[in-house]
Design a protein around this ligand. Structure first.
Ligand code: NAD
Ligand code: TYD
Length: 338
């Protein structure tokens, strides 16, 4: 089979490329625009595999997408390509609408025009909005209403609705997965876990938003890849699958765990102005994917976070290059005088 993986030079897409090359004999074609978040160094090992091909291109560029579909004739498309950072979406919403909504619609049009066995949309639990902190009994299920808080999550929800509309109207054989927060290798330094690891290593302040009591449901990235792999091969067309491993932690707990692993002082923690519209708690109920496809997460948080810290220690060249470039300006804009 031929699988187009969009956004494969990013965090989860890159991990998915490796997961597929390791576990199956399919041809993988990565389509990625290489935005600030895309990194060819993430794919350096994959480039040595004859079953892998990289194509630079924008999912919102209709001509380029049609050309690729005509050439490759993919069996499956897995759409990871997106603008993915909530804080950036608060600063610059329009870019999120273009990539996340228009980009998804162009891919769907290409599936309609050229035919496809499966289109899989990689979505997020953030489309459900948030849960209150004082109701630990509540979880997101696949039937929870979409109720978004940020321009990022609104754009992802719009894309999900388009996928469902194309499935119903044009019979595009589509599936959607909505996963909780991922962590692991190749995570871009702007996100909570890598940002805190890297700052702690430099003895720089760790900027915790608000009181640090917001809760995220953390999943090791390889477990997410395994879930998507099951859905594209055995999942039912037209269905949504929630993915999460019941690993809820407050941000402060996560930051303190990282400091402990690195043997650094909690004095590095600095409470800063909260994110606008900050979602309080995310928590996934993964019963459906577990019952239907037999998926269960393999990596517990305590082990996964140690592996992740070790990866950042062993792969300094990967992130040092990123933080010495344009990222410096981003960091100054978002955190100086916050
Ligand atoms: P990322 O920001 O690390 O990577 C995104 C990739 O998409 C980059 O390689 C970038 O170059 C590429 N890209 C951006 N715009 C593009 C365009 N117009 N055309 C082609 N490529 C483009 O993101 P990530 O964290 O790996 O997330 C991947 C997907 O998973 C996203 O759709 C995101 O919404 C979803 N998701 C992420 C998480 C998480 O915790 N990171 C959780 C659930 C769902
Ligand atoms: P993030 O990694 O941006 O993921 P998301 O917003 O998609 O959940 O943030 C995770 C949590 O960490 C979120 O509650 C915001 C918080 N956070 C901080 O407290 N400080 C930071 O510097 C960052 C980037 C995030």
């Amino acid at each position: 089979m031929k699988i187009i993986v969009t956004g494969g030079a990013g965090f989860i897409g890159g991990n998915f490329v490796y997961y597929e090359l390791k576990n199956h004999a399919d041809e993988i074609i990565c389509l990625d625009k290489l935005t600030y978040a895309g990194n060819l160094e993430t794919l350096a090992e994959a480039q040595k595999n004859s079953k892998f091909k990289f194509v630079r291109g924008d999912i919102a560029d209709r001509e380029a997408v049609y050309k690729l579909f005509e050439e490759v004739k993919p069996d499956i498309v897995v759409n990871f390509a997106a603008e993915s950072h909530v804080d950036r979406s608060i600063e610059e919403p329009e870019l999120f609408l273009r990539t996340n909504i228009i980009g998804t619609s162009v891919l769907l049009d290409a599936c309609k025009k050229f035919g496809i066995k499966r289109f899989h949309q990689v979505s997020t639990d953030e489309v459900y909005g948030d849960l209150p902190l004082d109701r630990p009994d509540l979880f997101f299920t696949e039937t929870t209403n979409l109720h978004t808080s940020s321009p990022y999550s609104a754009s992802k929800a719009a894309a999900d609705l388009l996928v469902q509309a194309y499935q119903r109207t044009y019979q595009i054989p589509a599936t959607i997965s909505r996963c909780s927060n991922n962590y692991g290798p190749y995570h871009f330094p702007e996100k909570l876990i890598p940002l805190m690891i890297i700052n702690a290593l430099h003895e720089k302040k760790l900027p915790v938003y608000g009181k640090g009591i917001n809760v995220r449901d953390w999943l090791y990235v390889e477990d997410h890849c395994a879930a998507i792999d099951l859905i594209i091969r055995r999942g039912t067309v037209g269905e949504v699958y929630n993915i999460g491993g019941h690993n809820e932690r407050t941000n402060l707990e996560v930051v303190k765990t990282i400091l402990k692993i690195l043997g650094k002082s909690e004095d590095l923690i600095e409470f800063v102005t909260d994110r606008k519209g900050h979602d309080q708690r995310y928590a996934i109920d993964p019963t459906k994917i577990s019952n239907e496809l037999g998926w269960t997460p393999q990596t517990k948080f305590d082990n996964g976070i140690k592996k992740t810290v070790a990866w950042y220690l062993d792969n300094r060249a990967w992130w040092e290059k990123i933080i010495s470039g344009e990222y410096k300006n981003y960091y100054a804009k978002m955190y100086d005088n916050r």
